[in-house]
Design a protein around this ligand. Structure first.
Ligand code: HEC
Ligand code: HEC
Length: 398
């Protein structure tokens, strides 16, 4: 036999072996051999397990008593009430659900498609893209610290995380699912049946319910805590955590000239109110009425929820329709004159703290320096590499 034939036979044999192995491992993955790991029985960092198997939030801000003792912009002020008390298993189950495109009608879109951990749980787009490439009108907000929020969506139309998520899950433009189809899908995935049983013991029958799905996802979202930025270290008394320029920026931020802290009130960097700023829409787009619609109130036309500024460095572009690409452009907006971008045919009730602070270029630069000290991703959750549904977790807008 000549050498060519030997090599050829070798190649054919190896191809055969590889194909066989490929088929076998595919089979293993899809069949009962694929085991999801047991759900975590420890709380994520930033939480402490109590005797009832509940994760309770822990942070230095809990040492401070009232929200207003030290005035707006004061350092040692408390945080608003937090959503906590979920079990470690519910939080971990929520993590799988959050990343799983099985929650959408056709298995292509997960929450993480538009809320990507790599992008501060936003997606880097001015307006998010949903089912079949449909372009939404608003940008995806960050999900860090949503456990402290009382209003959800840019226009504040939802009052809880549970209520909020029905929006994307069941809207045609986003995940395009229906409650029945969602239940049907999850109840037909054995791995999920096991995991839900683990996260919700003491139920009567082993059937996944909508309430359990909402609770688990809420539990995961509420675990996304970011309170260890350099700003926080400074606030707790470690003066060296910020350099001189950043401290200058902080002082501009909380001055009654710039008035940022009146609305972006530390330590959450939002007072959770709706404010009309008169932010321009991207070219050619009509004015977004914002809170006017859900609150049925003309005075709220063009009003949006004051967003938290934590991890703001990670979530460009900025504002409800993402029309500012950089933080520098965003802070410039506040000094370009009250109502300067309001369309001629509109009369908006611009908030009284939006005025003409006439900040210098230097002060605007310092504001940006300061905003970047609010970055902290130390409690970043682990992104699951394999999902209970067997679907892939790779579909991100960004
Ligand atoms: C197609 C993209 C997309 C998908 C998928 C998506 N979201 Fe969103 N999300 C957005 C956009 C855009 C907004 C803002 C919409 C608005 O304000 O009208 C938003 C808003 C939110 C908010 C409100 C945050 C705040 O500060 O008000 C939460 C919480 C949230 N999404 C969680 C989720 C969860 C949980 C899922 C999965 C069940 C999900 N999202 C799926 C794009 C998406
Ligand atoms: C009257 C309340 C108010 C004041 C004062 C205010 N803001 Fe805002 N801020 C808002 C609201 C509301 C939005 C969202 C507006 C929108 O999307 O149309 C916002 C958005 C932002 C954003 C973009 C956030 C994001 O997620 O895209 C940044 C950055 C910001 N503000 C920084 C500042 C700075 C710096 C100052 C001081 C110069 C300031 N703000 C003063 C209410 C306020």
């Amino acid at each position: 036999m000549d050498i060519k034939k030997i090599v050829l036979r070798g190649v054919i044999f190896m191809t055969f072996v590889c194909t066989l192995w490929g088929l076998v491992s595919l089979g293993i993955k899809d069949s009962a051999y694929y085991k999801v790991p047991q759900l975590n029985c420890d709380c994520p960092p930033g939480f402490k397990l109590n005797e009832n198997n509940e994760c309770i939030a822990q942070n230095l801000y809990m040492a401070y008593t009232t929200e207003n003792d030290h005035g707006v912009g004061g350092l040692k002020t408390a945080l608003p009430k937090v959503r906590d008390g979920f079990s470690p298993q519910q939080i971990d189950l929520g993590r799988y659900l959050f990343f799983d495109p099985a929650l959408s009608k056709d298995g292509t879109i997960s929450c993480a498609t538009c809320h990507d951990p790599e992008k501060g749980f936003s997606d880097g787009l001015a307006a998010s893209v949903g089912m079949n490439g449909y372009q939404l009108t608003r940008s995806a907000p960050s999900l860090w610290n949503v456990a402290y929020l009382k209003l959800f969506f840019w226009d504040g139309r939802a009052k809880s995380l549970e209520e909020q998520m029905k929006g994307p899950l069941f809207s045609k433009e986003e995940m395009n699912n229906t409650p029945d189809n969602l239940l049907n899908t999850l109840n037909n995935i054995d791995n999920y049946k096991v995991l839900f049983e683990e996260a919700f013991p003491n139920r009567n029958n082993n059937t996944i319910t909508l309430e359990e799905i909402y609770t688990a996802i809420t539990a995961f979202e509420s675990s996304l805590i970011s309170l260890n930025s350099r700003y926080d270290q400074y606030a707790h008394g470690y003066h060296k955590a910020l350099n001189e320029k950043e401290i200058e920026g902080l002082n501009v931020f909380r001055s009654f000239v710039a008035r940022c802290a009146e609305c972006h009130t530390p330590p959450l960097f939002t007072n959770q109110q709706i404010a009309v700023l008169g932010v321009p829409e991207p070219d050619g787009k009509p004015l977004d009425p914002g809170a006017e619609i859900p609150y049925n109130d003309k005075t709220m036309r063009g009003g949006f929820k004051v967003p938290s500024l934590r991890n703001i460095e990670k979530t460009a572009p900025y504002m409800h329709a993402g029309n500012f690409n950089t933080l520098r452009e965003t802070v410039q907006f506040y000094t370009d004159g009250r109502g300067h971008a309001v369309p001629e045919n509109e009369e908006l009730r611009i908030h009284w703290h939006i005025w003409e602070p006439e900040l210098s270029d230097d002060e605007l630069d310092r504001l940006v320096d300061f905003l970047k000290t609010l970055t902290d991703e130390t409690f970043m959750p682990e992104v699951p590499t394999e999902l209970p549904s067997g679907l892939s977790n790779t579909n991100h807008n960004s």
